[in-house]
Design a protein around this ligand. Structure first.
Ligand SMILES: Nc1nc2c(ncn2[C@@H]2O[C@H](COP(=O)(O)OP(=O)(O)OP(=O)(O)O)[C@@H](O)[C@H]2O)c(=O)[nH]1
Ligand SMILES: [Mg+2]
Length: 284
């Protein structure tokens, strides 16, 4: 779908990460393996992270249609409580004669019920990713919708930190330029520590305006504290949403290297411009 060229694919093992350009915008695209083991483990995190999803169904496969329906609605449920999101639904393999028509697919998967999900922008296409039939219509729709969403939601964190419940940092990712601003760093660290000991007796999320240029978002679970510093005009909902996804990921892994990669992808950080510190753990 990214290149517009069909080359006979191999099954996706886990997740493939690609950068894609649609029109003048660049996207991170996650191709999720469709095997049951991936649906049960990784789908939820990536769906939460995204602006939306492209759901590709084999329109010749009558035996799996109920399973497809179940997975589709599970995915919609994950996004339903979130901000506006996109669903591009593709009935693929239209080039084959046993391909079911779009009306049948809409009925079989209850797709008309999407009209009741107010924050979903959706569209269905019958396509052949092999011959390219309707491919450009689907991509044009995607381009149009995503560029509008992205404008509203862009964030560029200056700092991100995971700390222990007592406020001791365990992983930090700081924009290089922040290193020249000791006031910003010490303010951020002492706020995290302060909130750890004073405010966060319970779990919660807090947004704190720090100056006329920045705001930080701090969030706590029973075991950890997550904090990020963003620009004053950037979307705190988006920051909170991403931090929730990171929280869940962190609860599942103790490997700080993969956590760092996950954070970088979640915030779409250009890591050339950031400094990572995860030495704290050893000091502790
Ligand atoms: N005839 C036809 N075959 C297609 C089309 N798109 C994909 N295929 C074939 O369908 C098979 C499965 O395609 P994949 O892209 O691996 O499917 P997938 O859903 O990504 O599968 P996982 O990676 O295992 O989740 C491959 O043999 C493709 O060549 C199409 O539009 N028409
Ligand atoms: Mg695949």
């Amino acid at each position: 779908m990214i290149t517009g060229e069909f080359s006979d694919p191999t099954p996706t093992l886990g997740v493939n990460f690609e950068k894609a350009r649609i029109g003048d915008a660049q996207f991170d695209v996650f191709d999720l393996g469709g095997h049951e083991v991936y649906r049960q483990t990784i789908w939820e995190n990536y769906i939460k992270l995204s602006y939306g999803f492209i759901f590709v169904v084999d329109s010749t496969d009558k035996t799996s249609i109920h399973q497809a329906k179940e997975e589709f609605w599970k995915s919609v449920d994950i996004k339903e409580s979130d901000d506006e999101f996109l669903i591009l639904f593709l009935c693929n393999k239209s080039d084959l004669k046993e391909s079911m028509d779009l009306e049948t697919m809409v009925k079989e998967l209850d797709l008309y019920k999407l009209a009741k999900i107010p924050n979903a922008s959706y569209q269905f296409f019958k396509v052949s990713l092999k011959t390219g039939e309707n491919y450009h219509y689907a991509m044009d729709w995607l381009h149009n919708k995503t560029s509008k969403l992205i404008e509203k939601r862009e964030i560029n964190p200056l700092m991100f930190l995971i700390a222990q419940r007592e406020g001791l940092p365990i992983l930090s990712i700081d924009r290089t330029e922040v290193q020249h601003d000791p006031y910003l760093i010490s303010g951020f660290l002492s706020a995290v520590k302060g909130f750890a000991t004073e405010v966060f007796r319970e779990e919660g999320v807090l947004q704190f305006i720090m100056s006329d240029k920045h705001k930080y978002i701090i969030s706590a679970t029973e075991k950890s504290i997550y904090a990020t510093l963003i620009g004053i005009n950037e979307s705190q909902e988006e920051a909170r949403r991403i931090m929730d996804v990171i929280k869940e990921f962190h609860e599942e892994t103790k490997d700080y290297e993969s956590l760092e990669i996950f954070v970088a992808r979640a915030f779409k950080l250009d890591m050339q411009k950031y400094i990572v510190n995860r030495e704290y753990e050893q000091e502790a």
